[in-house]
Structures are given as structure tokens and as C-alpha cells.
Design a protein around this ligand. Structure first.
Ligand code: G6P
Length: 367
């Protein structure tokens, strides 16, 4: 796994590995649609009944996966979840006790802030659960419970396959909790997993459009600033897209919740400012469309990421990136793929060190 296997960079190799890796991780986490989280990574009904508060904490891309996990736990298990950046969480008054569950998401399992937050939460008495990719890592050893992501080694500093496998792992955790608390049925679990099983081949479909993403990367690579917008789960995907692009292209990017645009950020829009609008959540699509129209009216170039079934979004976009249809919960796994490829091609076209961007490290083990 530590060779580029004919690809120009580890990043593009790892983007292309996602269909295979996701197929594997999905198949490991269920047996004939019965969730298969090993004892070390699941909470018993008794443990769950004792929990009245859930926190999720992480850094960087892992934090965005954590936020998708928060959405899944809140929507499936109906438990409120607080998500906090680890470098903030570790210095806060942690209102946790033996009735709290704190989930730590970390590809490497070694990130200093995440590890420090784990040690502090554990010392106060919280139950701790790690979502990590590295077996035997500090976080995997020190947390009470551990769920592995099975992404295989990720070499490129910018995280891609670790992110999508973290989201899958968190979704299985959310389904497991929801099912045990009888908030969802085994029938609903089967339906979600069946939709999940289509994701790897749907990613393969998206990957076939690489030339389209290269063209978009070329059209935005000289922009002063690029904005990402979205609501709800789409806002999380927007944040991950903005991070991916800024870390390897060095272009200033920012993600805004669509509804907040008019409270300040829309002042930044000039003629031709590129805005990537993540527009997948069906219950709020109308709102997204009206936000796109506001952006277009101020001269933005709106590039929408939308499901094939929602072709009408074309009317409120300059460019539309179509992703295959899925259920709302799973769109982050598809919408992130064009974002990863646009970031990759922008970085290549700008002549940057794609796998080792300036000033960044794969694993930040110092504060
Ligand atoms: C670094 C990496 C990011 C990663 C973050 C958290 O900043 O460059 O890609 O998301 O650390 O790393 P972890 O190993 O804890 O997921």
C-alpha cells in the first residue's frame, strides 16, 4: 500500500481506492444486514441506558466526519450530540461525568489535541470510544471502546479515504445505538445498509467524470477566494470541501451555512467569485435554491453539487456536478468525491507538492 502503483500521487491513488475500501468496511460491519460491531466497539443496552450526553471531538477532516456522525446519532438514535474541536474541548470546562459518552475520531490515533482531550475526559470519568484507522495507536489503546475504519494506510497529508471510512464507521455506530434503544427497526437498518452498499459503485461512476472536475479546477484555480455553502449535512460536506481545497491548493476558501450568507458573508461576493453549493438534502432544497439565486444575483459563479434526480437545480447554477441518487443520510459520501478531485487537480495545475503541502503534517503530535 505504500507505493503509488502507477498513480502520479498518493492522493489520487487514495481517492481511487475509495470504492474498494468502502466495499470492505461496509461488509466487515454487518452480517446479512445485522450490525457487526465487535464487543470492543459497541455499547451494551445497559451501558447505553446509563448515558445521557454524547460529545464528539476530533481535529481537521476527522472533525468533519465526527459532525456527520453527530447528525446520524441525533437523527437515528434521537440523542443530542455536542461536537467540539479537540483543541478547544481539551481546555474547556468539560461537563462530562460517568453518564457521558465521548467519541474521539482520529485517522492516526496519535493527534496530540485529540489524545489530550481523551485523557482528560477519561480522568473525569466519562466513557470513551475511539473511531480510528490505526490499530495499536495511542488513542485506540487508551479509549474504553474502539471502532476501526479499515481504510488501509493513508500516506497523503490531505485525508480522503480515511474520511469516508470514518463516516461509514460512525453511521454504523449510530445505527447500533439507535437499534438498541429501539429508535429504529432492523428493517430501517437493512434499508440504510442496502443503500450504503450501492455507494462504492456510485463513487466509481463519479470517478469516470474526472475530466469534468479537471476543467472546473482549471476554471477556479486563479480565484482570490472560493466559498462553499450548504445547509445541515450539506454544510458539513461544504466544510470538508473547503478544507480539502485550501490545504493543497493554498487558495483562500471558506464554508458558510447557506442561511448565514445574508448575515455578513454575502458582502464578500464579487463578479465571478466561485461558490460551490452543496445541494443534496431534499427537505431543504428549496431554501438552497433561493440561496443560490441570491448568490447569482450578486455575480457569483455558482457550481452546484446535486443528485441526478434534482436536475432542476441547473436553473439556479452556472455549472452543475451531478452525483448519483441516494438517501439524504448518505449524500456526504458521494458529494465529497468531486470536492476531493477538484482539490487534487487544482493543486496539480498550480504545481504544488500535492502529497506534502507546505506547513502541514500528516499527524500533528505536538500542540
Ligand atoms: C492533520 C492532517 C489532517 C487530519 C488531522 C487530524 O492536520 O493533515 O488531514 O485530518 O491532522 O488527524 P487524525 O489523524 O487525528 O485524524
Amino acid at each position: 500500500d505504500a507505493s503509488k502503483e502507477g498513480y502520479d500521487h498518493f492522493l489520487i491513488k487514495e481517492i481511487y481506492e475509495q470504492p474498494r475500501v468502502l466495499r470492505e468496511v461496509i461488509s466487515i460491519k454487518h452480517n446479512n444486514y445485522v450490525i457487526n460491531l465487535p464487543l470492543e466497539g459497541s455499547l451494551s443496552l445497559e451501558e447505553l441506558k446509563n448515558i445521557n450526553k454524547i460529545y464528539i471531538t476530533a481535529c481537521g477532516t476527522a472533525f468533519h466526519a465526527g459532525e456527520a456522525g453527530k447528525y446520524a446519532i441525533e437523527n437515528l438514535a434521537k440523542i443530542p450530540v455536542i461536537s467540539e474541536i479537540a483543541s478547544e474541548f481539551r481546555y474547556k470546562n468539560m461537563f462530562v461525568d460517568d453518564k457521558s459518552l465521548v467519541v474521539f475520531v482520529s485517522q492516526s490515533g496519535e493527534t496530540a489535541d485529540t489524545l489530550a482531550a481523551l485523557r482528560k475526559a477519561k480522568a473525569i470519568g466519562a466513557k470513551t470510544l475511539a473511531i480510528t484507522n490505526v490499530v495499536g495507536s495511542s488513542i485506540s489503546r487508551e479509549a474504553d471502546k474502539v471502532v476501526y475504519c479499515y481504510a488501509g494506510p493513508e500516506i497523503s497529508v490531505a485525508s480522503t479515504k480515511a474520511y469516508t471510512t470514518q463516516v461509514i464507521s460512525l453511521y454504523f455506530l449510530a445505527m447500533d445505538i439507535a437499534l438498541k434503544l429501539k429508535e429504529i427497526t432492523q428493517y430501517q437498518v437493512k434499508d440504510i445498509i442496502q443503500n450504503m452498499e450501492k455507494i462504492p459503485s456510485q463513487i466509481e461512476e463519479i470517478l469516470k467524470h474526472k475530466d469534468e472536475f479537471k476543467k472546473i479546477a482549471n476554471s477556479i484555480k486563479d480565484a482570490k477566494s472560493i466559498f462553499y455553502t450548504g445547509r445541515s449535512l450539506d454544510y458539513i460536506t461544504a466544510k470538508e470541501g473547503a478544507l480539502k481545497l485550501k490545504e493543497i491548493s493554498y487558495i483562500h476558501t471558506e464554508a458558510f451555512p447557506s442561511g448565514e450568507l445574508k448575515h455578513g458573508s454575502i458582502a464578500l461576493i464579487e463578479e465571478g467569485t466561485p461558490v460551490i453549493s452543496v445541494a443534496t438534502q431534499s427537505s431543504i432544497l428549496e431554501k438552497t435554491i433561493s440561496n443560490n439565486q441570491e448568490l447569482l444575483a450578486r455575480g457569483a459563479t455558482v457550481i452546484s453539487i446535486a443528485e441526478e434526480k434534482n436536475k432542476f437545480i441547473k436553473d439556479s447554477s452556472d455549472v452543475i456536478i451531478e452525483i448519483p441518487d441516494t438517501i439524504d443520510l448518505l449524500t456526504p459520501l458521494l458529494a465529497v468525491i468531486p470536492e476531493q478531485l477538484i482539490a487534487y487537480y487544482a493543486s496539480v495545475l498550480l504545481g504544488n507538492d500535492v502529497d506534502k503541502p507546505r506547513n502541514l503534517a500528516k499527524s500533528v503530535t505536538v500542540e
